[in-house]
Design a binder for this molecule. Structure first.
Ligand SMILES: [Mg+2]
Length: 404
């Protein structure tokens, strides 16, 4: 049966939130990001794009390219709150949705056509979101996730686009290969070197040529170029947390050791978040005392996957939680309210050095194993080590104590 899949994406989300809070910023070129000398652009308004500005570039360079731009230091807390409000509206409105990042959603509207007309329903939802939050949002509606996502990007800013059944290929044909979701800079260069520019050319090629050049990735790209995609909308509640815990052979009251283990656990789970390109917005610490009484404490936080933000918060929760002078039998942590998103969410707190440090540390872990590099305070503390991406769609047996 044909599906009806909606993709919703808030336009220049961080910039729009800043404008919602300060109307003087409307229509001005805006750079959101770290303001220090070594800061990085996390988001930029459409007005800056003509100057060659893009997210991820050094703030200093962006400022040179577009000197009249207003610079704003981002605030992950505020963005997370707005994201939650939008999520709430979508949750109320559609039967099945996936929050794929802080500002992006998929909803399965299959079957709705018979009753209301999915396009009309999606339009009303889009207007309601803008009315209630003041944020511009665009959508694409089609038979699958890939085509809808491309449609959203073509509709932007602040607009909507429906691709009728059967018209997926002609819609994609004239677009640049860069617009195929998942075609990053590297793949783009490889494809360009093959003389490919428009999606049409991939559509006309036999699939096995793409496969020979790009391996398994080639098949995925060929399918996407042809508007073929059968990935389901994954409900919001699925796979929303990762956790780890440790039961001691002998109960302990050694607080320094306990803190070291918590730090090692946090580093390990945060690394897994980054590997899976996920962010967490809720952390929990659990303690079981030797008398088997178990306590846990949880805290909502702005979306993040950064150790240096998570570790102090985990230790603070532990400090509040560990109030009985009793031996501890088990400790554990959990990250929940997970969404897709990369480390960019924390760009405004960070300098290039810090970003490079994370990249370097994760690179070493990818090559030599998760425990090959740890903070000094976490040295010698065993946590469960795993070398894989826990979010790659395989069954969730991979993480011990993983909660669904
Ligand atoms: Mg967006």
């Amino acid at each position: 049966m044909d599906k009806t899949i909606l993709h919703l994406d808030l336009d220049t989300f961080f910039v729009s939130v800043e404008r919602r809070l300060d109307s003087k910023l409307l229509k001005k070129p805006i750079l959101v990001g770290g303001l220090s000398d070594r800061g990085v652009v996390a988001a930029c308004s459409y007005e800056t794009r003509g100057y060659g500005v893009h997210s991820g570039m050094p703030m200093k360079m962006a400022k040179e390219l577009c000197p009249e731009a207003v610079q704003i230091r981002g605030n992950a807390g505020t963005y997370s709150q707005f994201s939650d409000v939008v999520t709430g509206i979508i949750k109320e409105s559609v039967p099945l949705f996936e929050k794929s990042s802080i500002d992006e959603f998929y909803a399965d509207l299959t079957g709705m056509d018979r009753f209301f007309g999915a396009y009309k329903y999606a339009s009303e939802l889009r207007h309601r979101i803008t009315k209630e939050t003041g944020l511009p949002i665009s959508f694409g509606l089609s038979v699958n996730k890939v085509v809808s996502k491309v449609a959203t990007n073509e509709a932007k800013p602040n607009n909507q686009l429906k691709i009728d059944y059967g018209l997926e290929k002609p819609f994609l044909a004239p677009l640049s290969i860069k617009k195929i979701p998942m075609v990053g800079d590297k793949t783009y260069q490889t494809l360009r070197n093959l003389g490919l520019r428009q999606i049409r050319t991939i559509q006309e090629m036999p699939m096995d040529i793409m496969q020979r050049v790009l391996g398994k990735n080639g098949t995925v790209i060929w399918n996407r170029a042809n508007g073929i995609d059968d990935t389901p909308v994954i409900p919001f509640c699925d796979r929303k947390s990762i956790s780890t815990e440790r039961t001691f052979d002998r109960d302990t009251i050694d607080v320094i050791k306990l803190k070291g283990i918590l730090i090692a656990m946090t580093e390990n789970l945060a690394y897994q978040l980054r590997r899976g390109e996920k962010l967490t917005a809720c952390i929990t610490v659990k303690i079981r005392y030797s008398d088997f009484n178990t306590y846990s404490k949880q805290l909502r936080i702005p979306y993040t996957s950064a150790d240096h933000i998570l570790i102090p918060k985990i230790l603070e929760l532990f400090r509040i939680l560990y109030n009985r002078r009793l031996l501890v039998r088990l400790i554990g942590i959990r990250f929940s309210h997970l969404v897709s998103g990369n480390y960019q969410i924390n760009l405004f707190d960070d300098t290039e050095e810090r970003l490079n440090l994370y990249h370097a540390m994760d690179h070493i872990r990818n090559r030599f194993g998760e425990k090959s590099i740890v903070r000094a305070s976490a040295m010698g503390k065993n946590t469960i080590g795993r070398m894989h991406n826990p979010f790659d769609g395989r069954p969730p047996i991979v993480l011990a104590h993983r909660k669904q």
